[in-house]
Design a protein around this ligand. Structure first.
Ligand code: PMP
Length: 306
């Protein structure tokens, strides 16, 4: 159970971390956020927060796009987060949600001349997709938001209506997840996760100019694939029908972790079962995030004193 939150500059009981119905960000979606995972390592009796600083660096980049000037560094936000999670005392996998939002209680759509507030809470969390070993996916009829309308590289609260439309359409059509195309019809990403396909043993993923969120897991996967599995990774545009002929495909993201795609638009990907490259990446990813690979231990921030 969540007991605390960081709110208005201090850690308070969760009941006291409340906003008004008049709050600007609640009315207009003028906030940005992060999703961070912490992994419990049973052997070491330690909780490791994965890529903590990187998430806060992206948080601050998102905030700048929203013309916020937050009085925190990524390092300070990381310290506050460790303190908050330690106070909760979690001994299980946990999700951390930092938010920065326009907190004024006034009418008027804009970004300037408003006050910004930061809040953080953390809550136990397991799987995001039930079928991480083989998701059934549909290409959405909704298109991805565009950089010149709602910037996708900022993790903006209001922008997630785009993700919600795609996710719900997919679910109502009997799929586990959606793949969303850009305005010009190239593959962008999932509803809340980045996408990779495998063709001729090469990992291919859309570049950051295809209106993706610049995923932290995506970057981790690119590095692990190149350095540990010796795979070639290419960032380039992907056509819709390349999805249908891929040998393997997977989603990655903090929430979804690394999830194999079994089918896209009713066409089996490869054998329709998790393939060897996705399996290898997935296994390695789960070792890395739990602090079990010494080389990548620096990506994991321990919560408890050793
Ligand atoms: N795309 C979108 C739209 C997302 O919401 C997320 C989850 N934050 C991702 C991609 C994956 O990003 P990350 O690996 O940084 O969690």
């Amino acid at each position: 159970m969540t007991q605390f939150a960081f709110f208005k500059g201090q850690i308070v009981p969760i009941e006291d971390a409340k906003i008004s119905i008049m709050t600007h960000a609640f009315n207009y979606g003028t906030g940005c956020f992060e999703g961070i995972r912490a992994y419990w390592n049973e052997n070491e009796k330690q909780l490791f927060i994965f890529q903590l600083i990187e998430h806060y660096e992206r948080f601050l980049r998102s905030s700048r796009i929203l013309l916020m000037n937050l009085p925190f560094t990524a390092e300070r936000l990381s310290e506050i987060t460790v303190e908050l999670v330690r106070k909760e005392g979690y001994r299980e996998d946990t999700y951390i949600r930092p938010l920065a939002f326009k907190s004024d209680e006034i009418i008027g759509v804009r970004l300037h001349n408003l006050h910004d507030e930061v809040g953080i809470f953390a809550t136990p969390f397991g799987r995001y997709l039930e079928s991480e070993e083989g998701a059934r996916v549909g290409v959405s009829s909704w298109r991805r938001i565009d950089d010149n309308s709602v910037p996708a590289r900022a993790k903006i609260t209001g922008a997630y209506i785009n993700s919600a439309l795609a996710k719900t359409e997919a679910a109502l059509n009997g799929f586990d997840e959606a793949i969303v195309l850009t305005q010009d019809g190239h593959v962008s990403e999932g509803s809340a996760e980045n996408l990779f396909i495998v063709r001729d043993r090469v990992l291919i993923t859309p570049p950051v100019t295809e209106n993706i969120l610049e995923g932290i897991t995506r970057k981790v996967i690119i590095e692990l694939a190149r350095k540990e599995l010796g795979l070639e990774v290419v960032e380039r545009s992907i056509d819709r029908t390349e999805l249908y002929v891929a040998e393997e495909a997977f989603f990655c993201g903090t929430g979804v972790q690394v999830a194999a795609v079994a089918q896209i638009d009713h066409r089996a990907i490869g054998t329709g079962q998790i393939g060897p490259i996705v399996k290898a990446l997935r296994d390695l990813y789960f070792q890395v995030v739990r602090g079990q690979v010494p080389k990548y231990r620096a990506w994991c921030t321990p919560v408890y004193a050793v």
